[in-house]
Each structure stands twice: as structure tokens, then as C-alpha cells.
Design a protein around this ligand. Structure first.
Ligand SMILES: Cc1cc2nc3c(=O)[nH]c(=O)nc-3n(C[C@H](O)[C@H](O)[C@H](O)COP(=O)(O)OP(=O)(O)OC[C@H]3O[C@@H](n4cnc5c(N)ncnc54)[C@H](O)[C@@H]3O)c2cc1C
Ligand code: FES
Length: 267
């Protein structure tokens, strides 16, 4: 429960309200996290919030934070050199396809790209055995995160990047519409892919439905759920969803597990 002290080594502004912090340990580092896991970040004097890993580089951690309330605002405004407390890593992350696996489809909506970023890096590093298809949606062009990564990935052989926005501006030359519109029969043709989906809950729901309609098995679709968290170690029950504790059993679930959990919440 005691946070390790990390220093803000770098900050990248992603959009008007979202920043990626690179944190390096001041003394002891936390154990190396995996893609899809999260940390509890302490803004000292303000509070603590669960934030996914958006980059993992040795003992340096990347966290992409959207300022929505007191804690996230304090984290997002932390300057280079500031000290932040880190507990973790927590939760069950993305389960990458095995070595013999076929293609991967990654579907991100808005801030959902951040927890998928370390997974995308791992999938791309595992080519040429595997093709990687990215379908990414944002509200507006200026809300697209990690644009430097996206520019680099466009030029990678074996990787396809499709972008869409809800509302375009004059400079936008890409697609306009829902991220589900980027998914068609070609998305699941050939060897059955593994699909990784993260974004607002409704977006994940409709994306999973679309992938199921296209013939993908529920066990091959993974989603990452968000719930209010306090302890992150299964003590407090804040994150409980039906019989599941999202901090321990999630945040990543396959769709066969996630669908009944989301239905519990809707009752
Ligand atoms: C496993 C996990 C991973 C997360 N990863 C990230 C991440 O990578 N980057 C990031 O910016 N945020 C992430 N979040 C969400 C982040 O934890 C919350 O936005 C943060 O706790 C808000 O705290 P606050 O004090 O700033 O705002 P609060 O005052 O607590 O909330 C401000 C507003 O945000 C809403 N809100 C708060 N927490 C959540 C939540 N968990 N889900 C949906 N709405 C919420 C509140 O209802 C309120 O409207 C993650 C959450 C979880 C559970
Ligand atoms: S956050 Fe306390 S039990 Fe999950």
C-alpha cells in the first residue's frame, strides 16, 4: 500500500486536457508491469487514481492522464521534476496471442488508445509472423492521442491504421463516423484474429457486437473495463461488478466474461 516515489522525467501534451507523463523511480522501482495493467498514482496532498500504463520502458513508466477531476487535474499538471507516488502494477492485462497466433485487431476509442499502446508495441515487435490492424476513433481530430506513434505505424509493413472522427474539421482528410464502421468482413477473414478493444463502455459494447456479428468468437475479444477504485488489491469492494473485482480479475476480460458483468450493471 506504500507508494514508491517517482519523478516526472518528461511530459507530452496529447490534447487540450490530456498529457502523457514519463515517470522514473527516485529510489525503488515497482515490479515491471505488463500491457493492460494499471498503477495507482498519488498526487501528494490531493489523492490517488488508477491510471493505465501507456508505455513500459525498463523502470520508466508512461501514463496518459486526462484531467477530469481533482486528482487527474493535479497529475496532468505535474511539471517535469515533480514527485508522484506509484503503487502497482495492478490487475490482469491484455492476454497477447501465442507465438503461433494469427492477426491482431486493435480497436480504440478516445483515451482507450492509452492502455492499448504497450500491447500495440508488443504486437508490432512480434511481426513479421503477425499482421496488426488498428481501428482508432476520436471525437475530433485534435483529440487523437499518441499521434507520433500513429504516424510511425502507418509506414510499418504488416500494420494497417484506420482512423475516424465523430466531427471533422477543414484539415481532416480521413473518415468521419463511428469506429465500428471501420470493421468489416475483411477484419476477421483468414486466420481468426484476436481482438483488443478499449474505450467508452458503449463503444466497447457495440464493437464487441460488431465483431461477434462478423463471426469472431467471444473468447477472442478482449475489453478493458473501468470502475471506481480505492485499494486496488481486493480489500474495499469499490470496484466490484457482480461477483468480480475489477482491480484483481480485470481490468481486461474476454467478452464471454465481460458481457454478463456489464449486464449485471444494467439491471
Ligand atoms: C483500471 C483503470 C484504468 C484507468 N486508466 C486511465 C488512464 O490511463 N488515463 C486516465 O486519464 N484515466 C484513467 N482511468 C480513469 C481515472 O482513474 C479517473 O478519471 C480518475 O480516477 C478521476 O479522478 P479525479 O479525482 O480526477 O476525478 P473525480 O472527481 O473522481 O471524477 C471526475 C469525473 O470523472 C468520472 N469518473 C471518475 N472515475 C471514473 C472511472 N473510473 N470511470 C469513468 N468515469 C469516472 C466521475 O464520475 C466524474 O464525472 C482509469 C480508471 C481505471 C479504473
Ligand atoms: S479497488 Fe478495492 S477491491 Fe477493488
Amino acid at each position: 500500500m506504500v507508494p514508491a516515489r517517482y519523478r516526472v522525467a518528461d511530459r507530452t501534451d496529447e490534447s487540450a486536457d490530456t498529457v502523457t507523463l514519463t515517470l522514473e523511480p527516485i529510489d525503488r522501482p515497482i515490479p515491471t508491469p505488463g500491457p493492460g495493467q494499471f498503477s495507482m498514482l498519488w498526487a501528494f496532498g490531493v489523492g490517488e487514481a488508477p491510471i493505465s500504463l501507456s508505455a513500459i520502458d525498463g523502470t520508466r513508466l508512461g501514463h496518459t492522464v486526462r484531467a477530469v477531476g481533482p486528482v487527474s487535474r493535479a497529475l496532468a499538471s505535474a511539471p517535469v521534476g515533480a514527485t508522484i507516488g506509484v503503487r502497482g502494477p495492478f490487475g490482469r492485462g491484455w492476454c497477447p496471442p501465442g507465438d503461433d497466433a494469427g492477426p491482431a485487431v486493435v480497436v480504440a476509442g478516445g483515451l482507450g488508445l492509452a492502455p492499448l499502446r504497450p500491447l500495440i508495441a508488443a504486437l508490432v515487435a512480434a511481426r513479421p509472423r503477425r499482421s496488426v490492424r488498428l481501428a482508432i476513433g476520436a471525437r475530433r481530430p485534435e483529440d487523437l492521442l499518441h499521434r507520433g506513434d500513429l504516424r510511425r505505424l502507418v509506414d510499418e509493413p504488416g500494420v494497417s491504421v484506420d482512423l475516424t472522427v465523430d466531427v471533422a474539421d477543414r484539415g481532416w482528410r480521413g473518415r468521419v463516423g463511428l469506429v465500428t464502421d471501420l470493421l468489416d468482413a475483411s477484419t476477421v477473414s483468414g486466420t481468426e484474429p484476436m481482438a483488443y478493444v478499449c474505450g467508452p463502455e458503449l463503444m466497447m459494447w457495440f464493437t464487441a457486437r460488431r465483431l461477434l456479428d462478423l463471426g469472431l468468437a467471444p473468447e477472442r475479444i478482449q475489453v478493458s473495463l473501468e470502475r471506481n477504485m480505492h485499494c486496488a488489491i481486493g480489500w474495499c469492494g469499490h470496484c466490484q461488478l457482480g461477483p468480480s473485482f475489477v482491480c484483481l480479475d480485470g481490468p481486461v476480460y474476454d467478452w464471454a466474461e465481460a458481457e454478463p458483468l456489464l449486464a449485471v450493471r444494467g439491471r
